[in-house]
Design a protein around this ligand. Structure first.
Ligand code: ADP
Ligand code: MG
Length: 377
C-alpha cells in the first residue's frame, strides 16, 4: 500500500491526477486507558499501517469520495452540517473543519486507500480524518502549514462534533504527532506532547468480539467519572479533572463503583509516567502492563473473558515482557510487548487455540512505533 495506490484510485475514479496525497497511521495505546477523557496521561504509538488520502479540487459545490476498502462512493456538500451515517462522514467532517479554520477551498474529490483494519480498535477513523485534514489544509493554504497538534485538533472535532463519537483526543493526536521509533506521551489536560524512545516490538491481538455492549457501558463509565469528579470537587473546588484527584480523597469521599472507577483513572494516569521512567532506565514493562490490565478488569470492569484469556496466554509465554487489554475494552484488542521471536510463538499459539476456546478466529498484527502523518506526493 502506498501513495501511488491512492493516486491510482483517484485517477481511475476521476480521470485526472490528484493535487496532493497525504497519509496518517493507525495507533495502539501502550498504557493510560480511560484516562484521556479524565484529563490524564496516555502513551500511544503510531503503527506501521496507514491510510492514504489523494485529494483534488472539484468544480461546483458537490464533493465526492471513493474508498478502495468500502464499495459505495459518497457525495456531499460542505455547507451541509449533517452527517449521512456513511463512511464519508469522517471525510466530510474533516473537510468542514479545514474550511472553517484554514479557508474555503471549494469542493473536493477524494480517494482513500488503507491497510489499517477498520473497526479493530487501531483507529482507522483517526487515520482517515488526520490524512484528510492534512491534505486539504495543504491545498487550501500551502504557504502556512498547520502544526501537527492543530491537525489533530481539527480531526478530533470532526469525529466528536460531526460524526458524533464521544472520543478523547488521543487517537488523532497519536496519528498526527507520533514519530518513528517513539511512543507519544500526551498530557490530555493541556494537550502537551513529548516523544518517548520506544524500539520494542508489539503484538496486537484482536479478539474480534462484537462490540455491542461498548456504547452503553462506555457512556456509563463516563457518567461515573463525571459524578466522582463532582463529589470530589465539593470538598476540593480547585480540582479540575478526575485524573488529578488524590487517592486518599477517593478512598475517603467515594464509595462503590464510583470509587473503583476513579481509583483506576488516577492510578492508570500515574502509570504513564512510571512506564516512561522504566523505558528510560531499560526496565521490563511487565509489572505496569499487569497492573494496568488488573485495574481495567477489576476496578473499571471493561475487560472480557477473551481478553483475559489472551493476556494470560501472553504472560505465560517465555520472552514476552507483558500484556494488557488496549483500547476501550469490552472485547477488542490486547497488546503484548517483548522479543520478536517470543511474540511470534505467542501469536501462533493464540491463532491455534483461540478458535477452539471461543468459537471464532482472532486477528493479529506485529508492529513497531512508526511515523505520524505526512504529505507524501
Ligand atoms: P476504528 O477507528 O477503531 O478502526 P471506528 O468505528 O472508529 O473504528 O472507525 C471505523 C470506520 O471508519 C469505518 O466503519 C469507516 O466508516 C471509516 N473508515 C476507516 N477507514 C476507512 C477506509 N479506508 N475507507 C472508508 N472508510 C473508512
Ligand atoms: Mg475510531
Amino acid at each position: 500500500m502506498s501513495a501511488g495506490a491512492a493516486a491510482e484510485l483517484f485517477r481511475s475514479a476521476y480521470g485526472r491526477d490528484p493535487d496532493v496525497v497525504a497519509s496518517a497511521p493507525g495507533r495502539v495505546n501502550l498504557i493510560g486507558e480511560h484516562t484521556d477523557y479524565n484529563g490524564g496521561e496516555v502513551l500511544p504509538m503510531a503503527i506501521d499501517r496507514r491510510t492514504w488520502v489523494a485529494l483534488g479540487r472539484e468544480p461546483g459545490a458537490v464533493s465526492r469520495a471513493v474508498s478502495r476498502e468500502v464499495g459505495d462512493a459518497g457525495s456531499f456538500t460542505l455547507a451541509t452540517p449533517q452527517a449521512a451515517g456513511a463512511w464519508w462522514d469522517y471525510v466530510h467532517g474533516a473537510l468542514r473543519e479545514v474550511r472553517t479554520t484554514v479557508g474555503d477551498g471549494g469542493a473536493w474529490a477524494v480517494a482513500v486507500v488503507s491497510d489499517v483494519p477498520a473497526g479493530a480498535g487501531l483507529s482507522s477513523s483517526a487515520a482517515l480524518e488526520v490524512a484528510t485534514v492534512l491534505a486539504a489544509a495543504h491545498l487550501t493554504d500551502p504557504a502556512t502549514p498547520l502544526a501537527m497538534p492543530v491537525v489533530a485538533q481539527l480531526a478530533y472535532r470532526a469525529e466528536r462534533e460531526f460524526v458524533g463519537v464521544p472520543c478523547g483526543i488521543m487517537d488523532q493526536c497519536a496519528s498526527a504527532c507520533a514519530t518513528e521509533g517513539h511512543a507519544l506521551r500526551i498530557w490530555c489536560d493541556s494537550g502537551r506532547v513529548a516523544a518517548v524512545p520506544f524500539d520494542r516490538q508489539v503484538l496486537v491481538i484482536d479478539t474480534a468480539v462484537p462490540r455491542s455492549l461498548r456504547g452503553s457501558a462506555f457512556a456509563e463509565r463516563q457518567a461515573a467519572c463525571v459524578r466522582a469528579l463532582k463529589t470530589l470537587q465539593r470538598h476540593a473546588p480547585s480540582l479540575d479533572v478526575l485524573a488529578h484527584a488524590s487517592l486518599a480523597a477517593i478512598e475517603s469521599l467515594l464509595d462503590g463503583e464510583d470509587r473503583r472507577r476513579a481509583r483506576h483513572v488516577v492510578r492508570e494516569s500515574a502509570r504513564v509516567g512510571e512506564v516512561v521512567e522504566a523505558l528510560r532506565t531499560g526496565q521490563s514493562l511487565g509489572p505496569w502492563l499487569a497492573a494496568s490490565h488488573a485495574s481495567l478488569r477489576d476496578d473499571y470492569a471493561c475487560s472480557s473473558p477473551e481478553l483475559d484469556w489472551v493476556v494470560d496466554a501472553a504472560v505465560a509465554t517465555p520472552g514476552v515482557e507483558g500484556a494488557r487489554l488496549t483500547g476501550a475494552g469490552w472485547g477488542g484488542c490486547a497488546i503484548a510487548i517483548g522479543e520478536a521471536e517470543a511474540l511470534e510463538v505467542l501469536r501462533a499459539r493464540v491463532m491455534e487455540d483461540f478458535p477452539g476456546r471461543w468459537g471464532h478466529p482472532p486477528r493479529s498484527w506485529r508492529t513497531r512505533a512508526s511515523r505520524g502523518a505526512s504529505i507524501d506526493a
